[in-house]
Write a protein that binds this ligand. Structure first.
Ligand code: ZN
Length: 213
């Protein structure tokens, strides 16, 4: 079901942001800077390029669910990903962090996520991202139903390859963190809503209904 992944690029014409390689195996990050948790992360705009990796690492190391949106400056479309820590046994302590990754594939931004891949943060600082059928689910399940070639899979791999090298997002891409609607408190994931601080429904009529974007 490749369409599930590509569909998130609504009105697309997009594909992955410029400079995103089609495929990437393991990559290393020998010069990982020490993270300054929460620093330089602004609420009303994209995360500063150099702050993306420290922000991601701090969430991963704290075991928090992380929601990030990647926006293509060329097409204006965006993709929202959710990283959730894979639970391990006590004997796995010190073995790094394994994150299961979902991509938002529907209008309900708390529910409509589809499993897309996995990212492994090793104790030595390297980052490995797998998508598609190659994704080995540690639970013994199968890989993602979203193909390796789907824009959402390419974008995910491209972003984390750059981060692993100590680079920011591609020049034609921005990373946004999620927020909540100032009126109703529901999650916001689209750059437009995040910039405004209010979801589309509340922005229109000041009410508080379901399904903010
Ligand atoms: Zn709202």
């Amino acid at each position: 079901m490749e369409s599930a992944g590509s569909g998130a690029f609504d009105g697309g014409g997009g594909g992955a942001p410029a400079g995103v390689p089609a495929r990437l195996p393991a990559v290393n990050d020998p010069a990982s800077p020490s993270p300054v948790p929460g620093s330089r992360v602004s609420a009303g705009g994209p995360v500063a390029p150099e702050a993306v990796l420290p922000w991601v690492r701090s969430a991963v190391e704290a075991g928090r669910v992380l929601i990030l949106t990647v926006r293509s400056l060329r097409s204006g479309s965006h993709l929202t990903y959710r990283l959730r820590p894979f639970k391990r046994g006590p004997s796995d302590r010190g073995a790094g962090h394994l994150e299961m990754v979902d991509v938002l594939t529907g209008p309900a931004n708390t529910a409509d996520y589809t499993f897309i891949g996995a990212i492994y943060f090793s104790p030595r600082g390297s980052i490995t991202v797998l998508t598609g059928a190659r994704t080995e689910n540690p639970n013994g399940g199968h890989g993602s139903s979203i193909s390796d070639d789907a824009p959402s899979a390419k974008t995910l791999r491209g972003l984390f390859e750059r981060l692993a090298r100590g680079q920011g997002p591609a020049p034609a891409a921005e990373v946004w963190h999620d927020g909540t609607c100032a009126r109703c408190g529901r999650p916001l994931t689209t750059p437009e809503s995040l910039e405004r601080g209010i979801g589309p429904i509340c922005a229109q009529k000041g009410g508080s209904e379901d399904g903010e974007g």
